[in-house]
Design a protein around this ligand. Structure first.
Ligand code: RUQ
Ligand code: CUA
Length: 638
């Protein structure tokens, strides 16, 4: 088969057709693609090379960090069991934890917003944005592998990036990216450490977006952002041509790359796809840093912005042509290549990082950085790796995972007709988006398990009405052939997952009292001369009332407190139990308040007591045989 394919003769319009048409296309490709050594269908789980059942009481080998898509949260799974271990609230409101309502979470959710967003939310009477769309969750790196410090995730809707502290599995910082509408692709600097969080702003926008430019879309701009993962401040932005989609970084700390669609810079579907080629844009991190340091950047919204568009002829970027509308961008774990996934083209394009030295030095042309282009099937979206030289690409339209060999693909591109890079195609159910394999995005890729995150589940589960779950499938990739071993239903829409060896993630069991999460409450108590671990008392400060209480199973430190209608009340609860797992809750009836207080933590919530009468507060976590009795009354006098 020819590896040097373009769009395979399939017109873009066809690819946007109805499902029936797509199915027909899939058949066409299977007949016409001439793909050798294809093993179709899903093998039975009994052929799995490794144990995938995790017996009761046994622990998983890997953590899986799942983005929660439109729910705005993160989910933590155990692999290979696929058991959901916890959820991490991020951009959503969460009743179990109080995220989005407690003072601690609201500070994190609002302090990093842009001034214009803060003003907008205030006018709307909103405490914070009420939704988020998480796509890409990635743990921080040191020297090319995970270091267990942080995890970063994007919010495509409101252009935010959140950082999760992996010691407590809670968000500690959120930054809104300026000059961006919608942050989509997100990946991290791998070497020497994270370092940068690379953020693709997907939608082109007027900069500034102040209403002066509206329909004149040729004046819209798109920025590539490097956020400093330590300070969570924007380090720099580079203007680029086209719409940025996904991004990834090398293993040397020199370059990063992003796939771009919409090189015609249109705003309608026809305009956006009206070209045979888009590009992968590559970023020269050292050149960018030098320019920022030498003050060559324009300061906008307090952020240094450089022009990396084609017309600027800078040394910050190069645009490597790839077939139109590429999607996934994935670096190989050997540190040599990255792959741009064709989406509308049935190909993956392999680009060699080392060639970028010559490219930026002007010694080679853009297309010379391409070392392979393999026809893999219809709708290639994302690729992952097993650390043994093989790549696994999701085929959205074919509903398959295709396994192919990287070296053979490069040989075939050079004209070697003896190699057959495609190793296997495995049906998945159905329409996969991302896939990822264990440790695949580190130099420790171990090729044990792969998850295929399928957008459609159709008939795979009991019918739950028109909106079906996604189907996350576990595949054993430890042998020569992929073996499908498990289906797992997931609420909309995980998008992406990262699988991390369990020894690299080490959360704590009980909070330390000096945890920054509740440092503000501790400081406030110190001012009020309240000892949070021992005192339960009410401090009146004009119309502000601060109610401090301890919680120890099965009792709150106060069985009642009294306030006046209209008082601004802050309830501060400290869980003085220091027993693993012994979390308490605080819910206020009639006031819509709910929060968790983990062992040795303090949590607080502020509200206006404008409903007179008697309101019960109660513990919402079943913490003790007398848990139901763990309650008290708020008396609000007229
Ligand atoms: S990207 S599959 Cu964010 Cu592919 Cu969703
Ligand atoms: Cu504390 Cu239930």
């Amino acid at each position: 088969m020819s590896s040097k394919t373009d769009d395979g003769g399939i017109s873009r319009r066809d690819l946007f057709g109805s499902t029936a048409k797509l199915a027909a296309l899939a058949g066409m490709a299977a007949a016409g693609g001439g793909i050798a050594s294809v093993v179709g269908g899903s093998a039975s789980a009994s052929e799995s090379k490794q144990a995938y059942e995790v017996q009761p009481g046994q622990l998983d080998e890997y953590y899986g960090f799942w983005s929660g898509g439109q729910t705005g949260e993160l989910r933590v799974l155990g692999i290979p069991s696929m058991r959901e271990l916890t959820r991490i609230p991020v951009f959503n409101r969460c009743g179990a934890t109080g995220w989005g309502r407690t003072n601690e979470s609201l500070k994190i959710l609002t302090e990093g917003l842009l001034p214009e967003s803060k003003a907008f939310l205030k006018k709307q009477g909103m405490l914070t944005f009420e939704n988020g769309d998480t796509h890409h969750a990635r743990p921080s790196y040191t020297n090319g592998t995970y270091d267990g410090r942080y995890l970063y995730v994007n919010d495509k809707t409101n252009a935010r990036v959140a950082r999760v502290r992996l010691d407590i599995m809670r968000v500690d910082k959120i930054t809104q990216i300026p000059h961006a509408l919608g942050v989509h692709g997100l990946r991290l600097q791998r070497y020497p450490k994270t370092g940068y969080v690379f953020c693709n702003s997907e939608f082109r926008t007027p900069i500034p977006n102040d209403g002066k430019i509206l329909d004149d879309y040729h004046k819209y701009k798109c920025v590539y952002t490097a956020l400093d993962g330590e300070t969570m401040k924007v380090a720099w932005q580079v203007l680029v041509d086209g719409n940025l989609d996904n991004t990834d970084a090398d293993y040397a700390g020199k370059y990063s790359a992003a796939t771009c669609y919409n090189s015609p810079e249109g705003v309608t579907l026809e305009q956006m796809t009206n070209k045979e080629r888009d590009w992968a844009v590559v970023f020269n991190l050292k050149a960018i840093e030098a320019a920022v340091q030498q003050g060559e950047a324009t300061m906008m919204s307090g952020v240094p912005v450089l022009d990396g568009r084609k017309a600027a002829r800078s040394n910050f970027t190069r645009y490597i042509p790839v077939p139109t509308s590429p999607h996934g961008c994935n670096a190989t774990p050997d540190g040599k290549y990255f792959v741009a996934n064709g989406k509308l083209s049935p190909t993956v394009t392999i680009i060699e990082w080392a060639k970028l030295d010559d490219l930026f030095a002007g010694k080679i042309k853009e297309e010379d950085a391409i070392v392979g282009q393999l026809e893999v099937g219809l709708g290639p979206l994302h690729t992952t790796f097993d650390g043994r030289g093989n790549a696994y690409t999701t085929l959205f339209l074919d509903s398959q995972i295709v396994k192919w060999n990287i070296d053979d693909a490069i040989k075939a591109y050079k004209g070697d007709k003896t190699v057959k890079p495609i190793r296997q195609k495995l049906d998945v159910q159905y329409q996969p988006g991302h896939n990822n394999a264990t440790m695949a995005e580190t130099h420790e890729a171990d090729g044990k398990w792969l998850v295929s995150l399928n957008k459609f589940s159709k008939d795979r589960f009991l019918n739950v009405g028109p909106m079906k779950p996604n189907n996350d499938q576990l595949i054993d990739i430890s042998g020569d052939e992929m073996v499908l071993v498990k289906d797992d239903s997931a609420f909309q829409e995980p998008h992406d997952a990262t699988l991390v060896r369990r020894t690299l993630i080490n959360p704590i069991e009980i909070y330390k009292r000096d945890d920054p999460m509740f440092a503000d409450a501790v400081a406030m108590a110190a001012k009020d001369k309240v000892d949070l671990l021992n005192d339960s008392k009410v401090i009146r400060d004009g119309r502000k009332v601060r109610v401090y209480m301890t919680s120890v199973a099965p009792k709150f430190g106060l069985s009642s407190f009294k306030v006046k209608k209209g008082d601004e009340v802050t309830v501060v609860v400290t869980n003085i139990d220091d027993v693993v797992n012994l979390t308490h809750g605080f819910n206020m009836t009639g006031y819509g308040l709910s929060m968790e207080i983990s062992p040795q933590a303090t949590a607080s919530v502020t509200f206006t007591a404008d409903r007179v009468g008697v309101y019960y507060y109660y513990c919402h976590q079943f913490c003790h045989a007398l848990h139901m009795e763990m309650q008290g009354r708020m008396l609000v006098e007229a």
